[in-house]
Design a protein around this ligand. Sequence first.
Ligand code: NAG
Ligand code: NAG
Ligand code: NAG
Length: 245
Amino acid sequence: MSDMRLCCPFLICLAAALSSALVISSPYLWTKLILTHHWPSTFCSMEHCHPNISYWTLHGLWPDKGIDCNSSWHFNSSEIEDLLPDMEKSWPNLLHPSSIGFWKYEWHKHGTCAATATSLDSQHKYFSKALELYHKVDLDGILRKFDIVPSKKYYTVSQIEGVIEKFYGVKPKIQCVHPSKNADFQILGQIEICFNPDFILLDCEKQFIIETTFNGDWDNRIAVDKASGFSVCDHDLPVNYPPLP
Ligand SMILES: *[C@@H]1O[C@H](CO)[C@@H](O)[C@H](O)[C@H]1NC(C)=O
Ligand SMILES: *[C@@H]1O[C@H](CO)[C@@H](O)[C@H](O)[C@H]1NC(C)=O
Ligand SMILES: *[C@@H]1O[C@H](CO)[C@@H](O)[C@H](O)[C@H]1NC(C)=O
């Protein structure tokens, strides 16, 4: 009995230590899903494409841990045939509009990692859940509703963040492009909204995520960090939210 009493505080400490180590306590290796939206005008100004879309489109649904988790699980667009019309509209390949390369890339890099959760363990489940979350969140509609619209005028980071935090009750991660090192403004590029593994909205931590870039080919990728162009928006600089050129 006295041994037990000695043991217990130790076990409590151990349990606390384990639960703060997210990797260990998560059944899926990941603990958070990041629904990433990008703004086509900004994306195309970086990647030299010709944007014709004036709403926030999906970039991806990313687990916070794991990349390329199962290279033998090939992307097969026949499995998501019923989703393709919505994919083309909501998750377009801005570089090559008629190519499936973007979805293939996202599936291999992130989908195969998300698929460790039974709720996401098929291509159909993964892509349909991403579309469902995108429509539920309706970031584009919410920003418009609160008068954050593409414009020649400037916004503050707090204005944009404030609308999102107030509406969804969680902190987003807002990323900008800095046109040059000493530029006196920044360009709105990407907005992340985060979920827990049960798809409940969650604060996006200020956590470093490795982003990738590519040379006109989604699969020809080079891992980079800030060199991809996006970084968390600077609260001290005005934000340009560019309309279509
Ligand atoms: C944008 O351009 C692409 C390729 O030319 C076309 O397939 C697509 O329908 C256009 N989208 C809009 C919203 O006009
Ligand atoms: C990887 O994917 C293949 C094809 O779907 C599947 O048979 C295999 O079980 C997966 N491996 C792991 C470790 O999940
Ligand atoms: C792709 O998926 C379809 C529908 O599930 C299936 O009939 C087909 O065999 C798959 N193709 C490959 C190459 O796995």
